[in-house]
Write a protein that binds this ligand. Structure first.
Ligand SMILES: Nc1ncnc2c1ncn2[C@@H]1O[C@H](COP(=O)(O)OP(=O)(O)OP(=O)(O)O)[C@@H](O)[C@H]1O
Length: 330
C-alpha cells in the first residue's frame, strides 16, 4: 500500500487584502518526519501552518492533510493538533485543570493527563495557575494539550520560543519520539541550531514562495562557499599557502574574531577547496588546530537562497504572467 503524505499542497495561494502571503506553494511532508519551515519575517510560515490547522482557507490551490482534501470550511482536520500564535489556555485554571477541560471538551475519557504533563516537564507545577506561567511554560503546556489528542500531524509555530536550553532539549526529545512513532511534525523556527538538531526535512520560504524543500543534508550540500575559522600553528605561513590554493580566499581580519582568537584566520571556499588547503598545510608541516564553519552550512544555504529570492522579487523578475520567476524547489 502506498504511504500517504501527511501534507500535500499544490499551488497554494493566500491573500490578506492586497498582500499575497502564499504565492503558489507546493509542499510534501512525509509521515514520520519532523519538517521545519524557515524563512524571514513575513515569508508566510504562520499562514501556511494556519491552513494546516484549518484556521484559514486558501484562495486557490489544493491541500490534502493526512490523505484527505481540506475544503473551505474552517475546522481542525482529523488527526491534527497544534497551535499558532501561542496556545489557547485558561489563565485562571491550573495546568492540570486546563488539560482536563480540553479533554472533556473533546469527550476524551482516558486523556493521560499526568503522562502528558510529565512528558513536557510540568508535573511539578501541575496544580499551579497558568496565569503565573512563563512563556516557555505556556508553550510546554500547549504541547502537552496537543499530545493528549495523540495527533498524527502536529503543527507548531516557533515551539522553542521562550524555552531555556534544557526545555528546548526536552521538547526536541518529545517531537523526535513522536516522529519515530510514525507521526509527522511541522514547525516553524528562526533558530538554525534547532532546525539542524531536530528536523530531517526543511522547507525554505521567502516572500510566500518555496525556494527549497527537501532533506536538510541536501540543503547543506547546495551551499557553494562557506566561511571557516582556521587556526594553525603558523598564521603567516597559512596565509601564504592559502593564496596558492585555487578557490580559497583569506578574508580581511574581523575585529570580533581577532578579539576572540588572534591566531585565527577567516577563509572562504567550497568544501573541496578548503580540504585542499588543509592537505597543503599538512604537507608544509603546519599543524591545523581548528577548522570550523563560522555559521552552519544550513545557515549559509539559508542566507544564500533567501537572499537570492528576495533580490529576485525586489527587481520584479517576471515569468510574464505577472508572477515572479518560478523558484527552484529541490
Ligand atoms: N491576518 C492578517 N491580515 C493581514 N495580513 C496578514 C495577516 N496574516 C499575515 N499577514 C501578512 O501575510 C504575510 C505573511 O505573514 P506570516 O505571518 O505568514 O509570515 P511568517 O513567515 O510567519 O513571519 P514571522 O517570521 O514574522 O512570524 C505578511 O506580509 C503578513 O503581514
Amino acid at each position: 500500500m502506498q504511504r500517504v503524505p501527511a501534507v500535500r499542497a499544490r499551488g497554494i495561494v493566500k491573500f490578506f487584502g492586497d498582500v499575497i502571503a502564499l504565492d503558489g506553494v507546493d509542499i510534501d511532508i512525509a509521515e514520520g518526519h519532523v519538517h521545519g519551515l524557515v524563512g524571514p519575517n513575513g515569508a508566510g510560515k504562520t499562514t501556511l501552518l494556519g491552513l494546516l490547522l484549518g484556521l484559514a482557507a486558501a484562495d486557490s490551490g489544493t491541500l490534502e492533510v493526512l490523505g484527505r482534501p481540506v475544503r473551505r470550511a474552517l475546522a481542525l482536520p482529523d488527526g491534527v493538533a497544534g497551535f499558532v500564535d501561542g496556545p489557547g489556555l485558561y489563565p485562571a485554571l491550573t495546568a492540570r485543570q486546563n488539560l482536563v477541560a480540553l479533554a472533556s471538551l473533546r469527550g476524551d475519557r482516558k486523556p493521560g493527563i499526568d503522562d502528558a504533563l510529565d512528558t513536557v516537564g510540568l508535573i511539578d507545577v501541575a496544580d499551579d495557575r497558568v496565569r503565573g506561567f512563563s512563556l516557555g511554560m505556556r508553550q510546554r503546556l500547549g504541547l502537552a494539550a496537543a499530545l493528549l489528542t495523540r495527533p498524527r500531524l502536529l503543527v507548531l509555530d516557533e515551539p522553542a520560543n521562550g524555552l531555556d536550553a534544557a526545555g528546548t532539549r526536552q521538547v526536541h526529545r518529545v517531537l523526535s519520539r513522536l516522529a519515530a512513532d510514525g507521526a509527522s511534525v511541522v514547525l516553524s523556527s528562526h533558530r538554525m541550531d534547532d532546525l539542524t538538531a531536530l528536523c530531517t526535512e526543511v522547507s525554505l520560504l521567502a516572500a510566500g514562495r518555496v525556494v527549497f524543500s527537501g532533506p536538510v543534508s541536501k540543503l547543506a550540500a547546495e551551499t557553494g562557499e562557506v566561511d571557516y575559522r582556521l587556526r594553525t600553528s603558523d598564521r603567516a605561513a597559512t596565509r601564504r599557502l592559502a593564496d596558492q590554493v585555487p578557490g580559497v580566499r583569506v578574508l580581511p581580519d574581523d575585529d570580533l574574531l581577532q578579539r576572540q582568537d588572534a591566531q585565527a584566520l577567516l577563509v572562504r571556499g567550497s568544501t573541496e577547496s578548503v580540504e585542499g588547503l588543509v592537505a597543503h598545510l599538512v604537507r608544509a608541516g603546519v599543524a591545523v588546530r581548528e577548522l570550523a564553519p563560522v555559521v552552519s552550512p544550513l545557515e549559509s544555504a539559508y542566507l544564500a537562497l533567501v537572499g537570492a529570492e528576495e533580490d529576485r522579487v525586489a527587481v520584479g523578475v517576471s515569468t510574464g504572467d505577472g508572477h515572479p520567476m518560478a523558484s527552484t524547489t529541490g
